[in-house]
Design a binder for this molecule. Structure first.
Ligand code: CP
Length: 327
């Protein structure tokens, strides 16, 4: 039987949580940072979640999120169980909700849920009594990705932002397939709550004007805004959400060809050179090098991409500690 979801006991979306909780989670992640962006693994930290069972329910592919949730739980002393669609009874037709209820009954104390269906994490949260963390649900949200994005950005910019997580005065561009992107939705929610101006950029089919209701600006002119940005988050074209069964069509939506997309929206070396001094480059991954971003940029001096991944373990430790009552 479904019940009302108390969002304070779960992490389903950033759109419905306040700035104070976002900052609290980021500060908790900071307290776990060894100063080099990696977790400080002292004895007290290692036993914080001892006796807790964290269960990854990943019904859609993942590398970064699944690995870092597993490492985060292990760093805090929890045990980790991994379940995927293939190889579980989901493949025999069991529903996601029956699967989640079963895992809770077996002793799971927190469920990390990734699914291609928007609303899957909230739906599971309405059927179980343990915390549910949304690890990405279709095109809806990916809240821990955005927490790690903000953590990496604030840390790189410094000047006190690495402690306050106040993004006032910054302009962040999110470029590419915004319409398909749960990362973009979570980033817009978090970054605007923390005071940033967010500009979403892409062809109109990928960055429709209607995105403005989320509190961002919308543009189809990357060259017109590139020089204003303090940070740019480049997005992969999510061909798997375009109804082509994941096969790459000859042209991305809204442009005549991949070549045209690159000429207008890729972060090429020459375009990156037009960014402000000190501006940084981000990408949530996985990347399509040579399509939305050049390898020389993703591996270059402006890039925070590896730091984003490291921050993922820290913020996921913070989310697990908060929801399992350890801090
Ligand atoms: N950014 C992100 O969610 O990556 P994975 O799909 O590899 O987890």
């Amino acid at each position: 039987m479904a019940h009302t979801v108390d969002h304070s006991k779960h992490l389903i979306e950033l759109a419905s949580i306040d700035r104070e909780r976002i900052v609290g989670l980021l500060k908790l992640a900071r307290s776990y940072d060894d100063g080099a962006g990696m977790p400080r693994l002292d004895t007290a930290l290692r036993s914080k979640l001892s006796g807790k069972n964290v269960c990854n329910l990943f019904f859609e592919d993942s590398t970064r999120t699944r690995v870092s949730f597993s490492l985060a739980a292990g760093n805090l002393g929890a045990t980790v169980t991994n379940l995927t669609g293939a190889g579980s009874s989901v493949a025999k037709g069991e529903s996601l909700i029956d699967t989640a209820v079963t895992v809770e009954a077996a002793g799971g104390h927190a469920l990390i849920v990734r699914s291609g269906a928007p609303g899957a994490a909230q739906s599971i949260a309405s059927h179980v009594g343990v915390p549910v963390i949304n690890a990405g649900d279709g095109t809806h949200e990916h809240p821990t990705q955005s927490l790690l994005d903000v953590y990496a950005l604030a840390t790189a910019l410094g000047g006190g932002r690495e402690e306050s997580f106040d993004l006032s005065g910054l302009t962040v561009g999110i470029v590419g397939d915004i319409a398909s992107s749960r990362v973009a939705r979570s980033d817009i929610a978090a970054m605007t709550k923390l005071g940033a101006r967010v500009v979403c950029v892409g062809p109109v089919q990928m960055a429709p004007k209607s995105l403005g209701v989320l509190g961002c600006e919308v543009s189809s002119d990357l060259d017109g805004v590139i020089g204003e940005l303090d940070a740019v988050q480049m997005l992969r074209i999510q061909f798997e959400r375009h109804g082509s069964g994941g096969k790459k069509p000859s042209s991305p939506p809204g442009v005549g060809s991949v070549r045209e997309y690159r000429s207008l929206y890729a972060l090429t070396e020459s375009r990156a050179e037009r960014m402000k001094s000190g501006a940084v480059v981000m990408h949530p991954g996985p990347m399509n090098r040579g399509l939305e971003i050049d390898g020389a940029v993703s591996d270059g001096p402006r890039s925070l991409i590896r730091k984003q991944v490291s921050a993922g373990t820290l913020v996921r430790m913070a989310v697990l500690a908060e929801l399992l009552g350890a801090d």
